[in-house]
Write a protein that binds this ligand. Structure first.
Ligand code: MF3
Ligand code: CO
Ligand code: CO
Length: 289
């Protein structure tokens, strides 16, 4: 598969000889999948233990921020105060906020309120009673990226909004549970779409989960909806996000004139949850827990 001779060190970074490590899996499992037309991940997407450890350390900061935001996010605060906290916490922990200046994004995190699907820019908007907000944090520590987001509910939130937030979280965890090595990444989207369909919700198609860890956005492309065609095979050591964006109404969205803020086309609510996971021999492990 990866054109190694049997006595070479295995491509996975274990230090073992190829013939004592991945050769059998490559030939018995991957070759047939490849022949059946499934894209096999390039070697650079299979991370070694040291790299995964680096992402784990980065994730500790991301999770620390999201936890602390639980106490900070409240009615009356401006989204730029959230950004100030993220920027300060990140710097204090020797890390860098990945969003800042990423393709020109002006802030250190994304704050997406109500009908904003994602990529909301922190500004002087004040949080109001009844709002739902997604805060998306991506941290770089020693070159390693971790990416996670959560929903926060402000004061008295309507039952419909609460339900959307809860079902979206269920979608994310069900998608994560569907991850199994040597299965195509498309099983994630099938699982998520089944749940969203049951509730009549729309699954956003314009933005997807993504490989992460050594870069902000890498392969594989993790669709959250069901699609035709063969998707990339998941292998132990791959790190990517699962981050479904689920809309109350249509799945369609549009970008505002600022070039970033992505809102629902019908202005109904949207929710999102995101974790970074690593594929293991038996399933996966959430790194941003
Ligand atoms: N964190 C987002 C994601 O989950 C990406 C934000 S890009 C930014 O992929 F530039 F808006 F920060
Ligand atoms: Co992401
Ligand atoms: Co994110």
């Amino acid at each position: 598969m990866y054109r190694l001779s049997r006595n070479d060190k295995c491509w996975c970074g274990s230090g073992k000889k190829y013939k004592q490590c991945h050769e059998r899996t490559d030939e018995k499992i991957l070759m047939p999948l490849k022949r059946a037309g499934y894209p096999i991940p390039p070697r650079r997407l299979i991370l070694n233990a040291e790299q995964i450890e680096g992402i784990r350390k980065s994730a500790e900061i991301t999770v620390g921020i999201l936890d602390r935001l639980g106490d900070i996010v409240a009615e009356g605060i401006e989204t730029r105060e959230i950004d100030d906290f993220v920027s300060k916490y990140t710097a204090e922990h020797g890390a860098v906020a990945a969003p800042l200046n990423y393709k020109g994004f002006p802030k250190s995190c994304c704050t997406s309120i109500n009908n904003i699907i994602c990529h909301g820019i922190p500004d002087s908007t004040k949080l109001k009673d009844g709002d739902i907000i997604n805060i998306d944090i991506t941290t770089i520590l020693d070159g390693y990226y971790s990416d996670s987001s959560r929903m926060y509910m402000i004061g008295n939130v309507s039952e419909e909004a609460k339900k959307l937030v809860e079902v979206t979280k269920e979608c994310m965890y069900a998608g994560i549970d569907a991850i199994k090595p040597y299965e195509p990444v498309g099983v994630i989207g099938c699982t998520i779409q089944d749940i969203a369909d049951k509730h009549g919700y729309g699954v956003v198609r314009d933005l997807c989960g993504h490989g992460v860890g050594l870069r902000f956005h890498d392969d594989p492309y993790v669709e959250h909806y069901r699609q035709r065609g063969r998707t990339m095979i998941m292998m132990p050591g791959m790190v990517f996000t699962v981050e479904p964006m689920i809309n109350q109404g249509t799945w369609r969205g549009r970008t505002l004139d600022d070039g970033w803020t992505f809102v629902t086309e019908d202005n109904m609510l949207s929710a999102q949850w995101e974790h970074t996971v690593v594929v293991t021999e038996t399933g996966c492990e959430i790194l941003t827990k």
